[in-house]
Design a protein around this ligand. Structure first.
Ligand code: NIG
Ligand code: FE
Length: 403
């Protein structure tokens, strides 16, 4: 018999309105709020939501959860993380606190390449343990669907082990095969020869998407195009790390190749904003990364006002954003990006689900959607963004089960 869970007497239930995805313009700002509400889950699926006054009579077999003083929102969707890594970068963090720059550390063989060394040394078991641990941190912060990238192995075995570890921890794997050029290769071209011939065939079986770091000191637009076209031909959806430090052609390339998203956008200027807004490519904003590196925030308000499909994510990784909290990202969205709490919620639920190709099943509290919900310890759902760094997540339900 299907197990049913009733979350009752909620102060509020808040969900992005409507049925479409991605949300843009004024639709991005529309949250439907029910006061004195319930959510009824049947197995892994939401059966009904509504006001308590409309709750139908239920048999005794239903497990009840007291929602008094709590608000329900959809389980949060983190569409951009680098959760598969060994070691840490706390030493580098201290150096940066003393004034060293992220790009300088990277150019000196630290940065991403120091995590590559630690990730290769971790082995498959070590990687599995790390991804599981990071996933448990995310869950505690209300993330019920997460994407995670490889990209710290950059050799065949470690890249594939990363993708397996992500998949087995319940994540949606992205092959970030073009994150940096590892030291054993002469240049980016030689590395791509290897990665596309030796890693792509199996990576394409494990991953849902491919990603590239298109940036000065990483891969240029010609190299990114070569990598992405090969990945597209192997059946993967496309993502790009673009416009993080410099505008190097990520947006036009993404639009031309029909990519799902360009992520970062801290350096994007007017023309890029217009081009992205007029396209089907989503802009994934990562304000925790801009904060952590003390970099300018992305032009979120201009993107949203121009009608771009914006999503929010943590960018969780050991170097540029050691932060797994989407509630904190929502606070940064409201205070630094000037998005409303409603836009922030839609950006890390429906729109993030769209970036992952999952908008049909996650990101909304509505019948037929997966029974993933976050119960906020708050009388008003906007505490999600309002409670800066506080313990706003009271409980998390994943697939109809309390975690
Ligand atoms: O999204 N920018 C490139 N990649 C990651 C950071 C990786 C790292 O510093 O380890 C990012 O910020
Ligand atoms: Fe990233």
């Amino acid at each position: 018999m299907t197990q049913r869970l009733l979350v009752r007497d909620l102060a509020q239930l808040a969900t992005p309105a409507g049925t479409g995805a991605p949300l843009r313009g004024s639709a991005l700002d529309e949250i439907e709020v029910l006061e004195d509400a319930f959510v009824l889950c049947a197995g892994e699926t939401i059966q009904a939501v509504g006001r308590m006054s409309g709750l139908p009579a239920l048999d005794d077999d239903v497990i009840e959860l007291d929602g008094r003083g709590l608000c329900a929102i959809p389980g949060l969707v983190d569409c951009h993380t680098h959760a598969a890594f060994g070691g840490d970068r706390v030493e580098e963090f201290s150096l940066r606190a003393g004034g060293a720059s992220y790009e300088e550390l990277h150019a000196a063989g630290g940065g991403i390449l120091s995590t590559v060394r630690a990730t290769r040394a971790a082995g498959e078991e070590g990687l599995r343990t790390a991804v599981e641990r990071h996933r448990s941190w995310m869950l505690r912060e209300g993330t019920t669907t997460f994407e995670a990238k490889s990209g710290y192995g950059l050799d065949r075995d470690t890249e594939l082990a990363s993708l397996r570890a992500i998949r087995d921890a319940g994540g949606i794997p992205t092959w970030l095969g073009a994150h940096a050029v590892p030291p054993e290769f002469e240049d980016a071209e030689a590395y791509l020869d290897f990665a596309l011939a030796e890693v792509l065939p199996e990576a394409a079986e494990l991953a849902k998407a491919a990603d590239v770091f298109l940036e000065r000191g990483a891969f240029d637009a010609t190299q990114a195009r070569r990598y992405l076209e090969a990945c597209r031909d192997a059946g993967l959806a496309l993502r790009l790390h673009g416009d993080q430090f410099t505008e190097s052609g990520a947006i036009p390339l993404a639009v031309e190749l029909g990519a799902r998203s360009v992520d970062h956008l801290e350096a994007t200027r007017e023309e890029g904003i217009r081009t992205l807004a007029a396209s089907d490519v989503a802009g994934v904003l990562l304000p925790a990364s801009a904060l952590f590196l003390d970099r300018p925030m992305p032009p979120a308000r201009a993107l949203a006002d121009a009608g771009a499909a914006v999503a929010l994510a943590t960018d969780f990784n050991p170097g540029s954003a050691f932060c797994e909290s989407l509630p904190l990202v929502c606070s940064l969205a409201a205070t630094q990006l000037h998005l409303s709490p409603a836009e922030a919620l839609a950006a890390c639920t429906v729109n993030a689900a769209h970036v992952l190709g999952r908008a049909e099943s996650v990101g909304r509290l509505a019948p037929g959607f997966r029974a993933d919900l976050v119960l906020l310890d708050a009388p008003d759902w906007r505490y999600l963004a309002y409670h800066l760094g506080g313990r706003v997540v009271a409980q998390v339900v994943v697939g109809g089960e309390l975690r």
